[in-house]
Design a protein around this ligand. Structure first.
Ligand code: ADP
Ligand code: ZN
Length: 722
């Protein structure tokens, strides 16, 4: 049966391989077993019931809460040649009647319904007259009062289930909390054995966070990198949306606003313009996004801090559903935290506590120096252990130089202690800086020994430092009142037994940041644009969104492999039989003409991996670029300025280059060394004795007299025979 599923995957949907878990899920459904599917947005949930629906003899009923999504799905299925219909109030009486007739004649494979329609007695009666093989419940978290989108009608779906005993039941959601999961299973009467939980890691999303410095300039600089492409900008308030929208419009961007203050008509219109590629950018509040299935959103920009990690993840999840690389940038401003805190303070105690926990998790994510995916996926209960994801700013950044911050840390921590572990960072900083504010005098804190001992740093620097101390687990913050408390760990710091490493400055704002994600696969941009225009023309004629005809990924492949027959078009990602029949001739003709004019030959797609491989090797790794620059005669100091990195970083890159079997010209390293000759000799002898791989061992053997930078210089001397 799974072979049959695979054939459908290729012939109908035009895809070569199942994504992880899809095949297992489909097999489970085909065996008529209860199936719970947890996959992130864009993970490919729909195919998990659409393919079984094609194989089953009878009907698959799909419960979906949003009319706009239903329509979209049905349109996409029809374009691929699948008999699918929906029944809802947006249809005329005759359309409705026609759909019912087709269902009764068993000439429809999938029926999409809102839960309230399904629960109506005449609908249930009508369905009793046909064979139903599968009941698919999309957005199944709506069943749970603990989810963010509770819909009471969902809790009655069990009635439908018991009515159609022979039907397999599959429930799907992108909301993963265990509580919600339990609710779904209990409500639907599932046994536990058939849960499919896929990783929530979305590998194609580049995640970047930069300090908010000049947000407007930062935003414009960012969106300029995506000409002619689609993106969403999320703002905190309606007013912010309106203001930013007005400015971007004036600047000439193709942009529309979206928030709950606009009329429904205007909202729908703007959404439709975006979905149909008539408008490139939507500036929106969190009201925007539910029910949008647009696959080619290339960026999501958070102009303000999102509410919490869960909503952040959902919002960035709207980027890159087509699997192509997409950029998610968050402008992180400390001022925004205050705004969120203000709203949190309006809540009742319980809500306040929960909201504070959420906020802290978000701040930890924003301030981490490790791979962003670690805290992000941890939040969803997933351990992420790949050392470098290469798709977040921290993984691409030069390792930040950490400095010794033991002394300021001691000052801060002891001030927390002396003020009785009852205050938040703001007050502690006031005391450290010797502030004259009333609160300080009220508590008599001007008499503390820590009063005024921290004037050397700005308030911002102290705040930044205090967050690092939280990160390191030296303090914890009371989630309700925000007061700081010390942990056991501080004693080693107080006694000077432990050095605290960290940074006193925030990162550089975006713009200077060298980090960029890898680019999407190369293709002939001119041809891509021509194909895209054609797609838009056809879509407008048929009054459907362009991506329903072909995805961007399909067009990119066409513009990379130049298929010039209908047959070779079928090799392209996302081109199934029906689409090839319907649109093949038009697109092949364009490609043919283009190739003829430009003297281009088609390339078989099976060389795709090979091409991708070459492509990757063309993008040289940083240490290779630096190694080659050095060998071509550039001095270490010249490389430092050219790449804007420190000497120690250059040394690390060169060492890595060397380790990969390359050679380095030997003549410069010795001149970088600044220690006396006898010490130099001692170091080289130690390398002889203990090897040069583990510098820590050498460092210890020399009693810590020679610092690491010097050891790294001498190691290069040692290995190159300098
Ligand atoms: P979800 O419902 O989980 O948010 P979708 O079912 O809409 O995600 O799928 C997201 C995108 O991935 C769609 O464009 C879909 O066609 C595509 N897709 C799904 N499965 C595969 C696959 N096996 N190979 C390639 N593309 C796939
Ligand atoms: Zn990473």
């Amino acid at each position: 049966m799974i072979d049959q599923a695979k054939n459908f995957l290729k012939d109908v949907f035009g895809y070569d391989e199942f994504r992880p878990l899809q095949a297992d899920i489909i097999e489970n459904v085909l065996r008529k077993k209860d199936t719970l599917v947890l996959m992130p947005t864009g993970g490919g949930k729909s195919l998990c019931y659409q393919i079984p629906a094609l194989i089953f003899q009878g009907l698959t009923v799909v419960v979906s809460p949003l009319i706009s999504l239903m329509k979209d799905q049905v349109e996409q299925l029809r374009e691929s040649g699948v008999a699918a219909v929906f029944l809802n109030s947006s249809l005329t009486a005759s359309e409705y009647g026609r759909n019912v007739d087709r269902i009764k004649q068993n000439s429809v494979k999938l029926l999409y319904l809102a839960p309230e329609s399904l629960l109506k007695s005449d609908m249930l009666e009508m369905l009793s007259s046909v064979r139903i093989d599968c009941l698919a419940i999309d957005e199944a978290h709506c069943i749970s009062a603990w989810g963010h989108d509770f819909r009471p009608e969902y809790t009655q779906l069990i009635q439908v289930r018991s009515r159609f005993q022979d039907a397999a039941c599959i429930a799907l959601t992108a909301t993963a909390t265990p509580r919600v999961r339990e609710d779904i299973k209990n409500n639907l009467g599932f046994d536990t054995s058939n849960e499919f939980i896929s990783s929530f890691n979305r590998e194609n999303l580049f995640v970047q966070i930069v300090p908010k410095a000049n947000p407007l300039e930062q935003a414009i600089g960012f969106i300029k990198k995506f000409p002619e492409e689609s993106g969403i900008i999320y703002c905190f308030s309606r007013r912010q949306v309106n203001d930013l929208y007005a400015i971007l419009k004036q600047e000439g961007f193709s942009v529309k606003p979206y928030h709950a203050g606009l009329s429904e008509k205007e909202r729908n219109q703007n959404q439709e313009l975006f979905v149909r590629d008539d408008v490139g950018i939507i500036v929106a509040t969190i009201a925007f996004g539910m029910g949008i299935d647009k696959p080619n959103v290339r960026f999501v920009l958070h102009y303000d801090l999102p509410q919490n990690i869960e909503s952040y993840y959902q919002e960035i999840g709207r980027a890159g559903r087509d699997g192509l690389k997409s950029h998610c940038l968050l402008l992180f401003g400390y001022g925004d935290i205050q705004k969120i805190k203000y709203f949190i303070n309006q809540k009742n105690d319980h809500e306040k506590r929960v909201a504070n926990i959420h906020l802290n998790a978000l701040l930890q994510f924003a301030e981490t120096h490790d791979c962003r995916r670690i805290p992000l996926l941890n939040y969803f209960g997933e351990a992420y252990s790949t050392p470098k994801c290469s798709m977040c700013d921290n993984c691409l950044a030069e390792k930040k130089e950490l400095v010794d911050i033991t002394v300021p840390a001691q000052k801060f921590l002891s001030c927390v202690k002396r003020t009785g572990e009852r205050f938040g960072a703001a007050h502690v900083i006031d005391v450290l800086k010797g502030s004259q504010v009333q609160k300080v005098f009220k508590f008599g804190h001007q008499d503390l020994s820590t009063y005024g001992i921290g004037t050397e740093y700005s308030k911002k620097q102290w705040l930044h430092l205090s967050r690092q101390l939280l990160h390191k687990g030296l303090m914890i913050q009371d989630t309700e009142f925000g007061s700081l408390k010390l942990t056991e760990k501080v004693w080693d710091v107080f006694k000077g037994k432990e050095t605290v490493l960290g940074s006193l400055e925030e990162q550089q704002p975006a713009g200077n940041a060298p980090e960029q994600p890898e680019k999407n696969p190369a293709c002939d941009r001119n041809l891509f644009e021509i194909l895209r225009k054609k797609r838009k023309e056809l879509a407008d004629q048929a009054s459907i969104p362009p991506y329903v005809i072909f995805s961007d990924k399909s067009l990119i492949e066409m513009a990379a492999f130049f298929p010039q027959t209908r047959e070779s078009l079928l090799d392209i990602h996302g081109v199934g039989e029906l689409k090839s029949e319907k649109y093949g001739a038009v697109f092949v003709k364009i490609i043919k003409e283009y190739c003829h004019t430009h003297n281009i030959e088609s390339r078989p797609r099976r060389t795709r991996t090979q091409i991708a491989g070459n492509d990757r090797s063309l993008r040289k790794k940083r240490h290779v670029v630096i190694g080659e620059a050095y060998n071509s005669g550039q001095s270490v100091s010249r490389i430092m300025t050219g790449f804007n990195i420190k000497q120690i970083t250059v040394l690390d890159h060169l060492y890595k280059y060397l380790q990969e079997g390359n050679s380095l010209k030997p003549d410069e390293f010795l001149t970088l060394s600044t220690i006396p000759p006898d010490q130099k000799t001692a170091v080289l002898e130690t390398f002889d004795r203990l090897g040069s791989e583990l510098l820590r061992v050498v460092f210890d053997a020399l009693n810590g007299d020679v610092d690491y930078e010097e050891l790294k210089i001498l190691r290069l001397c040692y290995l190159t025979g300098d």
